[in-house]
Design a binder for this molecule. Structure first.
Ligand code: PMP
Length: 429
């Protein structure tokens, strides 16, 4: 396998792009080596600029849930392109996508579309503060909610990978209202509530996906909701990753818990930049032009992105792949565990539906601290051997692997063979 063209582009890219990337995790910093540059993708496969083909378990970090270039989605995009790209005025399709989204989340009467998950979350926080008249928020260690100032504390994702404690350039004042609790630990939330009277919201990834996959323990989300309600605090579910992925109605449907405000992204754009936040009427009516909370966007509700989102969600509804996700996910999980046993490698696998993560540790992973017990150098070895055997994984221990509905038995066989080789390499055999 040659990576010559990727190597050349990586050198060339450094001149005018920061680290030759537009998002840090793409630089492969935590696994070492030259990042791959991608030429194209179709179905379950992605092809790099050297012509190497991989089964794609990155899926652009989640959006490509139907696989790449789904026929119906592509048709809808082409049709929308013919009408123009952006108008700065409303279109029919925004209403159509809003209905699909609101129907999927019972706690959502109205939704506002934005262009990224980051925007969705920062707007949701502003909304929670506007609605409650309070300033503080609680976030969980290891949860990533985009790169807005107030949330760049104890965040996962690229920050976990690069061990950046927060970020330079974030003023102290911007995070002074952010309180940190531990995932799966209700007591850590209660303590904050006892000590602070002005908490507007608790924000959570209902299934953690940015410290590797971390699953909420039985009853945790429901108890969190009760606790929030009893203290006039809003619960914000950041379903940017899990929305339409855990279930059509997101993790909230899965765990039967209704958040006050829901943030969405990734899948709802079907590969185009879309984020959204939504809530019941009394909360959303705070947002301009109905209310006094300002939030806007030149490209919000972009027609091409709306067409892609609608086609993706309609196709998802028709395919209903959530049962299949469980079956495939379980097969990959079992295979990871089986090969770890075969090669005597300490391994814990966390999975929920189509999000999955192996941790190279013997400790149960229930929060950010336990996730960090994983031996990331072993992950690096595992990652590169998977690449050499034709499987593209997120280049970080702390990013979830994603499954698409297109994965075939043949793909699974290939993934399993690659896992066997990669685990063998990790064991040093
Ligand atoms: N929230 C969650 C849970 C995410 O996983 C992400 C991105 N991985 C974001 C917010 C930020 O989304 P974006 O990268 O689209 O700004």
């Amino acid at each position: 396998m040659s990576y010559k063209n990727s190597e050349k582009l990586y050198k060339k890219g450094q001149k005018h792009l920061v680290g030759a990337v537009n998002s840090p995790v793409r630089a492969f910093a935590s696994v070492g080596g030259n990042p791959l540059f991608i030429e194209s993708a179709k179905g379950t496969k992605i092809t790099d600029v050297d012509g190497n083909k991989y089964i794609d378990l990155v899926l652009s970090y989640g959006p490509m849930i139907l696989g790449h270039r789904n026929k119906k989605v592509e048709k809808a995009i082409k049709k929308a392109l013919k009408n123009g790209y952006t108008f700065g005025a409303s279109t029919k399709n925004e209403i159509k996508l809003a209905k699909i989204v609101c129907d999927a989340f019972p706690g959502m009467d109205k939704v506002r579309f934005v262009s990224s998950g980051t925007e969705a979350v920062l707007s949701a926080l502003r909304l929670a503060r506007a609605y409650t008249g309070k300033d503080k928020i609680i976030k969980f260690s290891g949860c990533y909610h985009g790169h807005s100032d107030a949330l760049l504390v104890a965040a996962g994702s690229g920050l976990a990978t690069l061990s950046i404690p927060g970020s330079k350039g974030v003023p102290k004042g911007a995070v002074k209202n952010t309180l940190i609790a531990e995932y799966n630990n209700l007591e850590s939330v209660k303590k904050h509530i006892e000590n602070h009277k002005d908490i507007a919201a608790i924000i959570i990834e209902p299934v953690g996906g940015n410290m590797g996959v971390v699953i909420p323990q039985d009853g945790f989300l429901n108890e969190l909701k009760e606790l929030a309600k009893a203290n006039d605090i809003l619960l914000i579910a950041d379903e940017v990753m899990t929305g339409f992925r855990s279930k059509f109605g997101g993790a909230q449907e899965l765990f039967n818990v209704e958040a006050d405000i829901t943030c969405l992204g990734k899948v709802i754009g079907g590969g185009f930049p879309v984020g959204a936040y939504g809530a019941r009427n009394e909360i959303m009516e705070m947002v301009a032009p109905l209310g006094g909370m300002y939030q806007a966007g030149t490209l919000s509700g972009n027609p091409i992105a709306m067409a892609s989102g609608i086609a993706t969600l309609l196709e998802l509804k028709e395919q209903n792949p959530y049962g299949k996700f469980n079956e495939i996910g379980e097969e990959i999980e079992n295979y990871l565990l089986k090969s770890a046993k075969k090669y005597n490698v300490d391994l814990v696998v966390n999975r929920y539906g189509s999000m999955i993560n192996p941790f190279f540790t013997s400790k149960k992973v229930t929060d950010f601290k336990s996730a960090q017990t994983s031996d990331t150098s072993k992950f690096g070895v595992f990652f590169w051997e998977m690449i050499r055997n034709g499987v593209f994984l997120p280049p970080s221990q702390f990013e979830a692997w994603f499954l698409s509905s297109e994965l075939s038995d043949k793909d699974l066989e290939k993934i399993e063979k690659a896992i066997d080789k990669a685990m063998c390499s990790v064991s040093g055999n």
